[in-house]
Write a protein that binds this ligand. Structure first.
Ligand SMILES: Cc1cc2nc3c(=O)[nH]c(=O)nc-3n(C[C@H](O)[C@H](O)[C@H](O)COP(=O)(O)OP(=O)(O)OC[C@H]3O[C@@H](n4cnc5c(N)ncnc54)[C@H](O)[C@@H]3O)c2cc1C
Length: 405
């Protein structure tokens, strides 16, 4: 049976970007569909879920959705550093709970959630965009005046319309959520060097008293190494801080891809907005994108609904979306990409030295750095006045300054 339904706004993908877009669009009273291919929201987890407490407060995420982190540990083959803070300013999300909470907010505002519904094509029509979807053996057509493509890495709508091509540079990550014997639930570990990841890093992110996520991320096409194989090897060999976890009993396996191709995509077209991973909105230093997905998903939903209410759905009327998010993060993301380029090229000995530099940062400096939250004035201050030469050099790279101290 072929069904057809009409909406003002259709959001494709009930990840953090899509649910957030549907939430802010539905608040205006428009007819909003949120379309998700999985049987339940976040049936599959494809992320490690680290984010920041200030973002959690900004979005109103409930306190039972995360484990707070206040100590940031790093190790390279022959070096180790821990930066301890006075209070937690990072967090590891309960991903399912958080993503379902976000989708629930959208539903409370009136968005209709269609799970088990896979968008398989899109074409333009007089009304706006016609989506073709498959749901439990049935073909469904969704007509929308405007679509928010929040389908993540795959970007199904924009690709189907021939507007974007596949990301060429991306991170591939594999992770076990596991029960362990020993863990400090407020301390994360980032592990760098060839043996952990030839182009990226490995991690231990605690989620509770006796549970952690142990993972490996590897940059493509820089390395051909399979992150799942590397993860299994690291656990088998009990490398570095993994040894301190004692007995490890895997509970669930996670795997995902994240774009790492810079901000090269245009994110507005007639009747279409891209948000979250479809737009490449991620901090390239550690490849975290959840907070951007929520923030810019909400912005996309707001601007989409303003456009629909004003009946001005052309690219020019939607340009405010692209201008706003670029103004907020473009220069920070570009600065972080410079540091990522440096990190990708480091050998083990250089990583040992890099950890010495990271040790020199206090908690405020470290958090601004890892979050890519560098305002120009703080970069200039660090690059010019930090008491350690090595830190000044690192921040000169962030600043993009050619001159060395
Ligand atoms: C291994 C790994 C670890 C990561 N760790 C972190 C981290 O610690 N912190 C952080 O902030 N970020 C992290 N990220 C990045 C983060 O997960 C993403 O930036 C974020 O999930 C982007 O949200 P999104 O809503 O744009 O996309 P997604 O979360 O990918 O959501 C897209 C949704 O669309 C649905 N969908 C896809 N295709 C279709 C279709 N055809 N029809 C209908 N629905 C469809 C999917 O099922 C999914 O629910 C990590 C990424 C990876 C791969």
């Amino acid at each position: 049976m072929v069904k057809q339904v009409d909406y003002d706004i259709a959001v494709v993908g009930a990840g953090p970007a899509g649910s957030s877009a549907a939430y802010s669009a539905a608040r205006t009273g428009l007819k909003v569909a949120l379309i998700e291919k999985e049987q339940t929201v976040s049936q599959t987890v494809r992320t490690s879920g680290v984010t920041w407490i200030d973002s959690i407060h900004e979005f109103g995420i409930p306190s039972d959705c995360y484990n707070p982190i206040q100590n940031y540990s790093f190790c390279s083959p022959n070096n180790e550093a821990t930066i301890s803070d006075r209070e937690p300013r990072a967090a590891v999300l309960d991903v399912r709970k958080t993503y379902r909470w976000l989708a629930g907010l959208a539903q409370k505002e009136g968005a209709e959630l269609f799970t088990n519904t896979t968008v398989i094509g899109a074409q333009r029509d007089q009304y706006g965009i016609l989506l073709k979807a498959a749901s439990a053996g049935e073909e469904t057509y969704v007509k929308a005046r405007l679509v928010v493509d929040a389908s993540g890495f795959q970007t199904v709508v924009a690709k189907s319309l021939g507007l974007v091509s596949q990301w060429k540079r991306f991170g591939a990550g594999a992770e076990f959520e596991a029960q362990v014997e020993n863990v400090d639930r407020h301390t994360w570990w980032l592990m760098v060097g060839q043996e952990y990841s030839p182009a990226g890093y490995a991690w231990i992110f605690p989620t509770g008293e006796k549970t952690v996520r142990i993972g490996v991320g590897i940059g493509k096409p820089e390395s051909q190494v399979d992150p799942t194989e590397r993860l299994k090897e690291l656990i088998e060999k009990r490398k570095g801080p993994i040894a301190r976890l004692g007995k490890i009993t895997p509970i669930e396996f996670h795997y995902g891809l994240i774009p790492n191709d810079g901000l090269r995509r245009k994110t507005v077209y007639d009747n279409l907005i891209l948000a979250g991973d479809t737009a490449g909105q991620a901090n390239p230093l550690v490849l975290e994108g959840i907070r951007y997905a929520i923030r810019f998903g909400r912005l996309a939903g707001q601007i989409a609904s303003d456009a629909a209410i004003g009946d001005r759905l052309d690219e020019k009327s939607l340009a405010r979306y692209e201008e706003s998010w670029r103004k907020a993060v473009e220069s920070k993301i570009n600065s972080a990409a410079r540091v990522q380029a440096r990190w990708i090229g480091l050998d083990d000995k250089q990583w040992d030295e890099e950890i010495d530099i990271i040790k020199e940062l206090n908690a405020d400096e470290f958090l601004d750095f890892i979050k890519a939250d560098f305002g120009l004035s703080s970069i200039i201050k660090m690059a010019a006045h930090h008491p350690k030469v090595a830190v000044r050099q690192l921040f000169n790279i962030v600043k993009g300054a050619a001159k060395r101290n």
